[in-house]
Design a protein around this ligand. Structure first.
Ligand code: ATP
Length: 359
């Protein structure tokens, strides 16, 4: 049994990030009381708002300190539409942490819960999209020549080393999900008929699949896969794909799963994990107390399950699973925030999940 507390870095960020992280911290308090786990939290106030007023953003030294002394990062949302970083891009520490910690896989589980109406009527949706996040077209390799008004080029890079790690994560996630009744199937979405980089991607997938014969595997072209996700989502359990295809398919998944307010995510490597909702800081509803905290709660649950798995700690895994069960009850019975057609506040939903967790 683990005797040391887990060290958690908490970065609320901007907008509704602050509101939903406060709600998640109340949930973690309850988990400590109920499941005998200990979670030491250290708060870091990096945000686009801080950058606007002081010019300060997270530094490499601060990320080193967090990476060396913390077991996981719980992140709200960062970025405001009118605050740009030095490179003219929207400011958010997520991208920097991905690069700094070598977080190569983004995990987005999507489930259409009872009580939530998705756009696909009567379809069963229960899938995990795993997106590679360190290479592909976003590897930052840039242009072969300076872009000009006549032409500009981006490059897609796939490496064997990263693909192997990515597919290992996919197969082990499929195995873990199978314990709660999913088929245990990994599907690669790719475009090897048109992109040379994807020929390598497919080749490495076949090799890793052959090493994991207990888990079913399949391959679909990305265009066909995008259609199946909408017309026949039951085909999919774990979807794994490269960076830009994953960027798009994880948004499709969030859409068919009932919306951003309930879509959690995790960015992981073999050693580091950052857990955050899929949505942004939602400035349009910030400060009104109506943000849906459920995506944040499910992200906290993923963090606890990830810690439990890494440290062979059944108490921590159980706490994560119990958060999910409590969320399921509240989504089925209410209360619901306005994004899910209800009129409840963040506070109402938080209280209901806390009560369901205790029951
Ligand atoms: P980013 O680019 O930072 O991901 P974005 O500008 O694409 O962010 P979000 O901040 O995610 O968008 O918001 C998109 C829409 O979804 C907004 O209308 C917002 O109010 C709504 N939304 C996002 N998260 C939630 C939530 N937790 N509860 C309720 N509504 C939400």
């Amino acid at each position: 049994m683990r005797t040391k507390p887990y060290e958690i870095a908490v970065i609320p960020g901007d907008g509704i990030g602050i509101e939903i992280v406060d709600a998640a911290l109340a949930l973690l308090d309850k988990c400590e009381a109920h499941y005998g786990i200990r979670l030491n939290r250290t708060r870091y106030d990096f945000s686009a708002e801080l950058y606007r007023s002081t010019g300060r953003k997270i530094t490499a030294a601060e990320m080193d300190e967090i990476g060396e002394t913390k077991d996981a990062v719980l992140f709200g949302a960062m970025g405001l539409p009118d605050v740009r970083g030095p490179e003219g891009l929207e400011l958010g520490a997520q991208v920097e942490m991905r690069a700094h910690y070598g977080l190569f896989a983004s995990l987005r589980p999507v489930r259409l819960f009872a009580g939530v109406e998705g756009p696909l009527k009567n379809q069963h949706v229960d899938m995990l999209v795993i997106r590679e996040t360190s290479e592909g077209m976003f590897a930052g390799l840039g242009d072969l020549h300076e872009p000009n008004d006549e032409s500009a080029t981006d490059r897609m890079t796939i490496t064997r080393a990263t693909s192997e790690k990515l597919f290992d994560v996919a197969f082990s996630q499929a195995r873990a999900r199978r314990k709660r009744g999913t088929p245990g199937r990994v599907t690669l979405l790719h475009k090897s008929n048109a992109l040379r980089s994807n020929v390598l991607l497919e080749k490495v997938f076949d090799e890793v699949a052959a090493r994991n014969p207990d888990v079913e595997s399949a391959k679909h072209y990305i265009d066909v896969g995008a259609m199946y996700m909408v017309t026949d989502p039951e085909r999919y359990d774990v979807i794994v794909t490269e960076n830009i295809f994953g960027d798009i398919t994880s948004e499709i998944a969030a859409g068919i799963g009932g919306g951003l307010g309930i879509a959690p995510s995790a960015d992981v490597s073999l050693t580091h994990g950052v857990f955050q909702p899929s949505h942004g800081s939602a400035p349009d509803i910030a400060g009104r107390g109506v943000a849906n905290p459920i995506a944040m709660f499910l992200s906290a649950a993923m963090m606890l399950e990830w810690l439990g798995e890494r440290h062979s700690d059944p108490l921590c895994t159980r706490a994560g699973q119990c958060i999910q069960a409590a969320v399921e009850i509240v989504l089925a019975e209410g209360p619901r925030t306005p994004d899910l057609g209800g009129s409840a506040s963040t506070h109402d939903v938080t209280e209901a999940v806390l009560a369901a967790l205790a029951s």
